[in-house]
Design a binder for this molecule. Structure first.
Ligand code: TRP
Length: 467
């Protein structure tokens, strides 16, 4: 049968966790989480994000891992095989498809931001000396609206990703992940401490951890003539926090299913998934704690949008002793985290096409990289102020529109169908056997995946459509 490749396994349980954390931890945690928390008013958004990570993300993560381990193939074939074994419709393989397509759409803008990070390694070495808020904002603005530099860095990021995917994910990468992910973690802790001491920690803590539900659920607009403030109820930011939870955990698109397919029987999926979710959300919170004290100390706007991390941290690097080295190291480790995530976005498309066509992995990887890299040009040049900056799709610039489509529609929808499949279309006995966790944990998981996940995701979708 097509796709029945002999499957390699992870060298150990620990490499599996690190690799999955490598996929999960990336720009989503360190770039997207802080800027979206900033745009969406802080505390209440963060609270919903965390609740979604543990109540919805974690059960879906477990479901994806266990389906992957049972299927032992790429998502399309895994879903087809398991649906067949359970006597279900072949249509379930569409879920595998949506992952292939979704990963492809994400990588077309992910690599652009990855390119920004690479560019900032060089900028950090040159030094951010004397940067205040305005200078830092102006520097990012000048860079992101330039029509050549971001494009070149985007191509470099894509080339590195393709190169690694073409060589196969095993080998060097496992070793690199073992050292570099913990290094990123430690450096982040250091930066949290530095920002906490030199910045406005109290304002940051208040912003991130004091939920103001008014800011989450209401849009306020001021009437220019009368000065009256009108508040309109919205569920948009709740959907956004759900999307971010899925994005930061790499869920709903079959990526994690692929990782599960390399998993051996002796690994406890419940415990590993919990460790992964914890590490992932911890990195997001730490990024917030490194960034917001600077935001408030320098009078920046929390809603600085996609440039937030690139505007705030250089101010700190410009001031601290040895900031050139620390800054370069930070952006280097962030680039590494972004590359390990980018690999996991490209991998499903590449492995599917090579399984399907029996084509050489290298050729397929290059072709996919060139295709998504070319589409990515639109995101690079579509930044507000850049040459395609005036193009809007439903009122959003190109990158924001792609991010909306994948995070807020495709991933939650993918998560919904994975929850439905694992909870209702796989027999209880098989689900239990495959997850292989103790009975009380299984019962909790089963309840969450059958009821809580589908109902919550559907409720958020329906309210966004109707409110
Ligand atoms: N989780 C990654 C991040 O936070 C992005 C990512 C990698 C992803 N693979 C994915 C998101 C698959 C969705 C699906 O940066």
């Amino acid at each position: 049968m097509a796709g029945a490749t002999a499957h390699a396994n992870w060298s150990s349980k620990w490499t599996f966790i690190l690799a999955t954390v490598g996929s999960a931890v990336g720009l989503g945690n360190i770039w997207k989480f802080p800027y979206q928390a900033g745009e969406n008013g802080g505390g209440a958004f963060v609270l919903f994000y965390l609740a979604f990570v543990f109540l919805i993300g974690l059960p879906v993560l477990m479901a994806e891992l266990s389906l992957g381990r049972r299927g032992q193939k790429s998502p399309v074939y895994t879903m087809r095989d398991i649906a067949a074994l359970e006597g279900r419709s072949r249509l379930w393989e569409l879920l595998g498809w949506s992952g292939v397509i979704g990963g492809f759409v994400i990588i077309t803008y992910y690599s652009v931001v990855g390119g920004w990070v690479l560019a900032y390694i060089v900028k950090a070495v040159q030094g951010f000396g004397g940067f205040d808020a305005d200078a830092s904002r102006a520097a990012f603005g000048a860079f992101s609206t330039d029509s050549t530099s971001p494009v070149i860095w985007h191509a470099v990021f894509m080339a590195i990703t393709v190169w690694i995917v073409a060589r196969g994910v095993k080998g060097g990468l496992e070793k690199a992940v073992t050292y570099l992910m913990p290094a990123l973690f430690i450096l982040l802790i250091g930066m949290v401490i530095y920002s906490g001491i030199t910045g406005n920690l109290q304002a940051a803590l208040e912003f991130l951890f004091t939920p103001d539900f008014g800011k989450l659920f209401f849009d306020s607009s001021v009437n220019a003539v009368t000065g009256d403030v009108t508040e309109t109820f919205t569920i948009r930011r709740v959907l956004n926090s759900l999307g971010l939870a899925f994005f930061s955990l790499s869920l709903g698109m079959g990526t994690i299913m692929t990782y599960g397919s390399y998993l051996t029987k002796d690994v406890n999926i419940g415990r590993s998934a919990f460790t992964i979710a914890l590490a992932d959300s911890a990195v997001a919170i730490m990024a917030g704690l490194a960034i917001f004290p600077i935001v408030f100390a320098y009078g920046l706007n929390p809603g600085e949008s996609v440039g937030l991390v690139f505007i705030t941290l250089p101010i700190a690097f410009g001031q601290m002793p040895g900031g050139e080295i620390v800054g370069a190291l930070f952006f280097f480790l962030l680039a590494f985290a972004a590359i390990t995530s980018a690999i996991s976005l490209l991998e499903p498309t590449v492995s599917y096409i090579s399984e399907r066509t029996n084509g050489s992995r290298t050729k397929v990887a290059i072709a996919v990289g060139v295709a998504s890299g070319s589409i990515g040009l639109l995101s690079a040049l579509g930044q507000p102020g850049n040459i395609l900056g005036d193009i809007t799709i439903f009122g959003m610039d190109i990158m924001t529109a792609k991010s909306f489509l994948t995070d807020n529609i495709m991933m939650p929808a993918g998560g919904l169908f994975i929850a439905l499949f694992a909870g209702w279309f796989v027999s209880r006995k098989n689900a239990m056997e495959e997850l292989a966790i103790d009975v009380p944990s299984f019962k909790t998981w089963y309840f969450l995946i059958r009821y809580v996940c589908p109902i919550a995701i559907t409720a958020v979708f329906i309210s966004v459509l109707t409110l």
